[in-house]
Design a protein around this ligand. Structure first.
Ligand code: C2E
Ligand code: CA
Ligand code: CA
Ligand code: CA
Length: 276
């Protein structure tokens, strides 16, 4: 029995060891990911729930690591936020997303609107708005084609957030509040910040059919958002029944595996060509 225990202990120990080693390795390697060309964007469609037409797309980052293969942002974004490496990575995302948008423009491939995720740290760098302007200029891109998604963790400084969002909207870019419902933000945030779009977190959508309270809350969020003139996006729609529920709530837009997983550039291009 003693042997068994120590075996299990060793196994468990080496398992933790692996995770820790990977985290350390990722933290080190992320510094060279950009120059080594290891980052890429995948794209997921957003669908208009009234007419089933394309409503836009969201760019989602991936890291093609030389030994681990594709690493998901859930694994490396938190690390990059800790080391502040998220700042150059965030810049890379904007540059790459805008470049791709311009490329599709030139090819006559219509994507309606490209949404990109912005980390709070990047959002609050002093020259963020100037950087966005610079990139729009560089690629000669219509600002109406771009949306930025920020999470409510940027809301700890309402005054600053209001200033930033107002500046971005003045340029003609739209701003979405991502992961709505997961944090601690009060309704006050919605009252004070002029978001164009509210993205209902997928943890809600996942439970709309199985948890009565979640269903009620989701309905109310859609109603409230619409009264405040925001677009409503339901994230993480995976089933026909979830889709039907969100439609019944009058939610405008849906996103999720039911429609499509995030796609490579090539596959998104094929998807977009099929849309028109
Ligand atoms: P998010 O912005 O809330 O993105 C939605 C996540 O849900 C994506 O995971 C997407 O692939 C996944 N998803 C989409 N449809 C479904 C579905 O039907 N079911 C389920 N279970 N999941 C679905 P992903 O790509 O792994 O990204 C995770 C998070 O990493 C994102 O959450 C976002 O917070 C962050 N992230 C991704 N790309 C970037 C980026 O370029 N910059 C920053 N700062 N963060 C990013
Ligand atoms: Ca997002
Ligand atoms: Ca989200
Ligand atoms: Ca999220």
């Amino acid at each position: 029995a003693k042997d068994n225990l120590s075996n299990e202990f060793c196994y468990y120990n080496s398992f933790l060891d692996k995770i820790a080693k990977k985290a350390i390795r990722l933290e080190l390697d992320i510094q060279r990911a950009i120059e080594n060309n290891e980052l890429l964007l995948t794209y997921q469609p957003k669908v208009n729930l009234q007419n089933n037409k394309l409503a836009g797309i969201e760019g989602l980052i991936r890291w093609n690591h030389p030994s681990y293969g594709i690493v998901s942002p859930g694994e490396f974004i938190p690390i990059a936020e800790n080391t502040k490496e998220i700042i150059p990575i965030g810049k890379w995302v904007i540059n790459e997303g805008f470049r791709q948008a311009k490329e599709w423009n030139k090819q006559g491939v219509h994507f309606k609107k490209l949404a990109l995720n912005v980390s709070p740290l990047q959002f609050y760098t002093s020259n963020f708005v100037d950087f966005i302007k610079e990139m729009l200029d560089l690629y000669q891109l219509d600002p109406e084609l771009i949306e930025l998604e920020i999470t409510e963790s940027v809301m700890n400084n309402i005054g600053r957030a209001l200033d930033m969002i107002s500046q971005l909207k003045a340029i003609g870019i739209t701003v979405a509040l991502d992961d709505f419902g997961t944090g601690f933000s009060s309704l006050n945030v919605l009252n004070q910040l002029p978001f164009d779009c509210l993205k209902i977190d997928k943890s809600f959508v996942k439970q709309v059919l199985t948890d009565r309270k979640t269903g009620i809350l989701t309905k109310m969020i859609v109603q409230m958002g619409k009264e405040l003139d925001m677009e409503l996006v339901a994230e993480g729609i995976e089933s026909k029944d979830q889709l039907t529920f969100m439609k019944q709530c009058n939610c405008n837009i849906g996103q999720g595996y039911y429609f499509s997983k995030p796609l490579s550039v090539k596959n998104m291009e094929a998807y977009l060509r099929l849309q028109c």
